[in-house]
Structure formats: C-alpha cells, structure tokens
Design a protein around this ligand. Structure first.
Ligand code: NDP
Ligand code: ZN
Length: 352
C-alpha cells in the first residue's frame, strides 16, 4: 500500500509498505478524510520526537473500517469512524495510574500514529484496541467536523479542562491556530466571561471572535503581558491556555495570571533544555499560580463526547477548515501548507 512518509528528519516521500496486520482487538481502517497537524511539522522538520525513518505520517483521520479482529465487538466492516490521534493500550495496568495518554511504554506513548508506528496518511492504517479507541461518526456529522475532533478539538478542550475555566472567569488563550481556536470555543462553552485571544493573522482572529473571543491581543504589537494587564486594570486573568508561541510565553502566562489562577499548557516547546519562569511574578514559588500541561486525551469515550458537542449544536469545529484538497495525494500539499502557514491557512484537509 502507498503512504506519505517521513524518510528522516527534514525529508518526506511517498513509499510502499505492506498492509498492516491486525491482532484480535484491532481494526484496519481506510481513510475518508485526513488532515496534517502542526505536530507533523515539528516531527518532520524539527525532529521533535527524534529520528524516524520510513514512518508514514499523520494522526488526524476519519475513516471506514475495512477489517476487525476476532475480539472486536462494537465495530464492523463498513462503519464510518472518528479515529482519535491518541490511541492508548487500554488493557495495561499502567492505564490505571490515571493518565491514559502516558502509559507503560513511557511518556507520550499513548500517541502511536506517526510517533511509534505508521500514521494515517496511507491507503490503510492499523488501529489498536478498536472497541476502546474508535467512535462511530453519525450520519448527521460531516467528515470535516469529525476530522477536527480527533486532535484539534480534544486538545483545545483539554487546555480548557486543565486551566479549570469557571463561569464568568477571565481567560487568555495564547495562540489561535486551530488548537487555540478550539480552546477559545471550549472556554466559551465552559462559561468564561472575558476571553482574550492572542494571535496576529486576521483569518484566525475572525474565527476566534466567532467562537467567543471578546478581546484580541496582537503579540506583534507589543508585550502581551502589558496589553492584557492594561486591559484588566492590572488584575490579570484567572486562567491562561497556552496554544502557541515560543519559550517566553510560559513566563508571560505566569506574569499575567492572578494568584490562585491556573495555566493549561497544550503547546509544544521545541527549544532549549529548560523553560524560564519569572521568579517574582510566580510569588517566589508561593503565589498559588498553578501550571498544568498535557497531551490531548484520546480513546472512544472522549471522541463520543466530542461528537455529542457537535451533534447537539454546541460547537462547529469545521469553521477552521480553510483549504480542501482531494485524494490521498492531497496530504503532501496539505503538509506543505501547514509548513509555510500562509496568512489564510488554519487547517487544510483532504477528502479521499
Ligand atoms: P499554529 O501554528 O497554527 O498556531 C500557533 C498560534 O500561536 C498562532 O495563532 C500564532 O499567531 C501564535 N503565536 C506564534 N508565536 C507567538 C508568540 N510569540 N506569542 C504569542 N502567540 C504566538 O499551531 P496549532 O494551533 O496547530 O498548534 C498549536 C500548538 O499545539 C503547537 O505547538 C502544536 O504542536 C501543539 N499541539 C499539541 C497537542 C497536544 O496534544 N498537546 C496536539 C496538537 C498540537 P499568528 O499565526 O496569528 O501570528
Ligand atoms: Zn496533532
């Protein structure tokens, strides 16, 4: 079968591989729609997860089940499914330690596609533990909406969960690419009052407002800390969700946070050995300013909850789709678009 792969750090190519073989709990799925992620760019071009060779890329897919293992109960050939980016091994004891995305094989190993096995940018892909990881895509939900759930929606919403957004509280979302846009939408759903959205591109700003941002802060027009402290009469914000930016944004988040406030970080920090936290702004460690961080939750129940939010009209994640390509070949162009990230690109997708 054909797949679009990372050959080594900095190099991609189309390759041929054997169709994956499934075990008794697994499924073989063919993609119906695919999207590249900023994480694919970090994987290929920054070596974010280390060297990988001949590894098929991609972890955002909706697909159709082609084959299931003998122990799979709830899915059958022909089912349309949402495939989460994170597919933990649910039959491990480490899962009972409470963080399924980070289990026995080590940190981040609930993230399998395009990390520790071939990803979804192929004619077929393997899904471990199908009953626990797949979710049926209802007829009423479009492929585009389903595709935005596997990573963008679950990740953005996880930022909101980790930041523990409350009714009427004030939130800053740093970065309004697709992940941050979903954090804005999630903060609004959770009942936030004022929502600052930090970004610069007008395409993203427009969607941020549609998802509930009340204030836009352009990080290219001065310090975001100064702008947000000025706008809040020096009170700062109750929650910060970090979904973009360089190493300095963690310090910014700590500085603009009120005592008792919470940071939910979903950003990938790609540089250096450590991240600076401003000592005084952190109350010399005693300000009750909390920092949470994590990988997007995957698994079936999580996807079914994302589906429920779309099905009952709470949010439309397909607003983020700016470019529609066609065929499996579209992933190559889509990846290029994510790499160059022109002003009008939020999320390119390809329909197979
Ligand atoms: P994008 O590149 O599309 O968006 C990044 C956003 O950050 C843009 O709004 C950009 O502004 C803004 N930004 C860039 N530099 C700064 C800065 N110095 N200060 C403030 N804002 C800045 O990324 P995605 O939305 O696709 O992904 C966001 C992050 O989430 C990435 O690091 C990605 O790897 C990570 N990620 C994490 C996952 C997880 O499980 N935790 C899952 C998926 C992604 P503009 O472009 O408008 O100038
Ligand atoms: Zn991703």
């Amino acid at each position: 079968m054909k797949g679009f792969a990372m050959m080594c750090i900095g190099k991609t190519a189309w390759i041929n591989k054997e169709r994956p073989i499934i075990g008794p709990f697994d499924a073989l799925v063919e993609p119906l729609a695919l999207a590249p992620c900023t994480s694919d760019i970090h994987t290929v071009y920054s070596g974010a997860i280390g060297e990988r060779t001949n590894m098929i890329l991609g972890h955002e897919a909706v697909g159709r089940v082609v084959e299931v293992g003998s122990e799979v109960r709830d899915f059958k050939k022909g089912d349309r499914v949402v495939v989460p980016a994170i597919t933990p091994e649910w039959r491990t004891t480490a899962i009972q330690e409470g963080v399924p995305a980070q289990h026995s094989e080590g940190m981040l190993t609930g993230w399998k596609f395009s990390n520790i096995k071939d990803g979804v940018f192929g004619e077929f892909f393997h899904v471990n533990d199908a009953d626990m990881n797949l979710a049926i895509l209802p007829e009423s939900i479009s492929l585009e909406q389903g595709l935005m759930m596997c990573d963008m929606m679950t990740t953005g919403f996880h930022g909101v969960e980790m930041a523990n957004v409350q009714f009427g509280s004030t939130v800053a979302v740093i970065g309004i690419g697709p992940v941050g846009l979903m954090a804005v939408a999630g903060a609004a759903l959770r009942g936030a009052g004022r929502i600052f959205a930090v970004g610069s591109r007008p395409t993203c700003v427009k969607i941020a407002k549609e998802y509930g941002a009340t204030d836009i802060v352009n990080y290219k027009q001065g310090s975001i800390v100064t702008q947000i402290l000025e706008a809040t009469k020096n009170h700062g914000v109750d929650h910060v969700i970090i979904a973009g930016g360089d190493n300095s944004v963690l310090g910014d988040a700590v500085t603009m946070l009120k005592p008792g406030g919470v940071i939910g970080n979903i950003n990938y920090f790609g540089e250096g050995d450590s991240l600076p936290i401003p000592r005084l702004a952190w109350g010399c460690g005693m300000a009750h300013k909390y920092i949470h961080s994590g990988l997007c939750p995957g698994g079936r129940v999580r996807m079914e909850r994302m589906i429920a939010l779309v099905k009952y009209g709470r949010v439309d994640p397909a607003k983020m789709v700016t470019h529609r390509l066609s065929g499996l070949e579209g992933v190559e162009k889509g990846l290029e678009m994510m790499h160059s990230k022109d002003a009008d690109v939020i999320k390119p997708i390809t329909i197979i």
